[in-house]
Design a protein around this ligand. Structure first.
Ligand code: ZN
Length: 202
């Protein structure tokens, strides 16, 4: 995916609010009605929040690593990372959970940083396949571990509230790199870790 547009190439806040007013009128509403008066400003601010990821360079989140790990070289797995994204086809929410694992090569990273990488890509206009690959590739490129695995399960509101109207459907994608891709024992070990009860259930 190309880099985010520079700020100087983007429309102004006023232009964005005017575009929302157009959509309100297009749907059949009167944007000057009292209840809708602040809606263009609110929608624009909501967009800032939904699409915050364009302001973050995910690679910088992983720059600080720790090497005093006493030779720890087994799987590190952060699972059930809840995320909110939006599909790039309908701008409808995608809500799901990501599981992120890597096999460290001498260095580990703070686990909250893995969740931040998920958010940095989720808070963009996405398709789930690319979201999965971007998270995996970034971790793999920056940490250069023996392997990286990202599994995402999510529900796409564009499928539940429009189009085929199929609630309860979840989409699962996975990207396996390095040892997770080449070694089926390592992959099996990861799956066994994923199937254990969550810590909150202990
Ligand atoms: Zn969609």
């Amino acid at each position: 995916m190309s880099d985010p547009l520079p700020k100087t190439d983007r429309p102004t806040r006023e232009e964005a609010e005017a575009a929302v007013r157009t959509m309100l009128r297009w749907a059949g509403e009167d944007p000057d009605r009292e209840g809708l008066h602040d809606t263009p400003a609110r929608v624009t601010r909501a967009y800032e929040e939904f699409f915050q990821g364009y302001e973050i360079d995910p690679k910088t989140l992983l720059e600080r690593t720790f090497s005093e790990v006493e030779g720890y070289d087994e799987i590190v797995l952060l699972r059930d990372i809840r995320f909110e994204s939006h599909c790039e086809h309908h701008l409808a929410p995608i809500i799901g959970r990501a599981h992120v694992a890597y096999l460290p090569r001498q260095r580990v990273v703070g686990i909250s940083k893995l969740a931040r990488v998920v958010d940095a890509y989720a808070r963009r206009m996405q398709i789930q396949e690319r979201l999965t690959a971007q998270i995996a590739n970034t971790i793999n490129d920056v940490l250069q571990p023996h392997g990286t695995a990202v599994i995402i399960e999510s529900s796409h509101e564009c499928m539940t509230t429009r189009g085929v109207h199929r609630p309860g459907v979840s989409m699962v994608t996975s990207q396996m790199l390095g040892t997770f891709r080449t070694n089926s024992d390592t992959r099996r070990e990861l799956m066994a870790m994923l199937n254990r009860p969550a810590a909150s259930e202990y």
